[in-house]
Design a protein around this ligand. Sequence first.
Ligand SMILES: [Zn+2]
Length: 244
Amino acid sequence: MDIKKLCGCLWFQLILLILLVSGTLNNMQENVFANNDYGMIIKKGTENRKVVALTFDDGPHPVYTEQILDILHEYDVKATFFVLGMLAENYPHIIKRQWEEGHEIGNHTYSHIDTKKASKEELLEEYKKTQDIIYSITKNKPKIFRPPYGSFDKKVLDMVEEDNSIVVLWSANQDSKDWKNPEVEKIIANTISNIENGDIILFHDYVYYDESHTVEALKVIIPELINRGYKFVTLSQLLNISTE
Ligand SMILES: [Zn+2]
């Protein structure tokens, strides 16, 4: 092969490689960043790595959250807690434990408001108050916000973006529906039967029942996912490796 042909061939390969890489990136961006009418929200991480993120909403609960922390500690698993400002105020020692044990803490409003129905001022107050309470305990400002009920509009996204934070929901196939406290087996089936790489799994550490079936379900879900080769990451870790 003469040198001209060789050069042409190399150029061709290079262009092919660039097209391939940009195609993969585009795909990844579509999967990771679900664009809606207003802007960017996160529902899922990379599909290229065997990772999942466990997330727990509505706490801290005086009993169940620490039981969950015990299980996470037993398996050396890191998770993300979207906490309510008013409960963080009541149980600062639990927030402190979450932080010290390497978990991520996100903002879930002060009193679980429907952010769509709230005025801009109410929303900002609920958000800011919760950021401040978490900061006062951990000396770290949350970078992630999950609106209660997954309900949000443009004002939510604008506010969060202005604070250099990001809205994170959960994967469509990963709502454990544990807030209704269904049977333990149901929570297990709702999560692990549909598991995919990069999933953000939705649990609740605060449930309004005499016993939390989430705690019992986790004792099965975590070892099962470990057996299947999954690694557990916090949301910030998931987002970082998803855009690597
Ligand atoms: Zn909630």
